[in-house]
Design a protein around this ligand. Sequence first.
Ligand SMILES: NC(=O)c1ccc[n+]([C@@H]2O[C@H](COP(=O)([O-])OP(=O)(O)OC[C@H]3O[C@@H](n4cnc5c(N)ncnc54)[C@H](O)[C@@H]3O)[C@@H](O)[C@H]2O)c1
Length: 277
Amino acid sequence: MESDRLRSLFDIRGMRVVITGGGGVLCSEIARGLAGAGARVALLDVNERAVRDVAADIESRGGEALAVPCDVLDREALLRARAAVLEGLGGVDALVNGAGGNRPEATTGPEQPFFDLDAAAFERVLNLNLMGIVLPSQVFGEVMARQGAGVILNIASIAATRPLTRVPAYSAAKGAVANLTQWLAVHMSQEYSKSIRVNALAPGFFLTNQNRYLLTDRETGEPTARGRSIVDHTPLGRYGQPHELLGAVLWLLSPAGSFVHGAVIPVDGGFCACSGV
Ligand SMILES: NC(=O)c1ccc[n+]([C@@H]2O[C@H](COP(=O)([O-])OP(=O)(O)OC[C@H]3O[C@@H](n4cnc5c(N)ncnc54)[C@H](O)[C@@H]3O)[C@@H](O)[C@H]2O)c1
């Protein structure tokens, strides 16, 4: 295949991409990368300051980014965000569902046994990670169904298939995200269009705000026993760097991924392949 044709496979110039959690560590990097490749991005995040900063940074490098403060658990706010995106970008070609994360109150430990875990905290984590994908997929997926084309990319986790100790709600929610990804892939094809694709990424371990308290000692900044164990069980021997998600994101959003549908792709330095022995 000649190089022009190969390049066009990954061409996303002009693609209008909505990214939830766009103010966070991983999705801001995804947004910067996609904008750098010529996509026009809309960043939705409950952290208004963070999305405005990320959008301003992208624009300062010559990219196009719209900051849309929005709670992904609030359908009315999502409908307002959709109107802002349709007005600002003129349409939606892709949705990256990245808002999510764990909470200390839903994490087991010596002071917080599973049996005493606060049910409301457990539900908040389930809601953010599962309904935080369901609701934007309804609101922006409807646009894709109307136009008969689009791509949805959910950010799951390796916790979807390998439940992680201490984070039961997060693991269960991400397992549900992987399941929902397959369900929605089939549903969109059967009910709406063979040109709508739905996939998920399952990142391994990246040191970010949501897991820093579990992986590094607050006082010393040294790795915790859990942090060391993760690196020991990652054949590549380190955490991922946020930019290392970009290749897979580009592949799944672009024409290069045109026959990839209902897939959950690990980007984990080999963590899921490693039995530890
Ligand atoms: N960091 C990792 O190692 C890792 C591994 C696997 C999967 N993930 C997943 O990747 C995604 C991004 O995580 P991250 O590590 O960059 O975390 P992060 O905390 O840096 O980013 C998450 C973003 O989501 C936003 N958010 C939270 N609740 C929201 C809501 N209700 N509405 C809108 N925005 C909301 C936050 O403000 C934040 O900007 C999450 O879904 C996370 O579960 C992370």
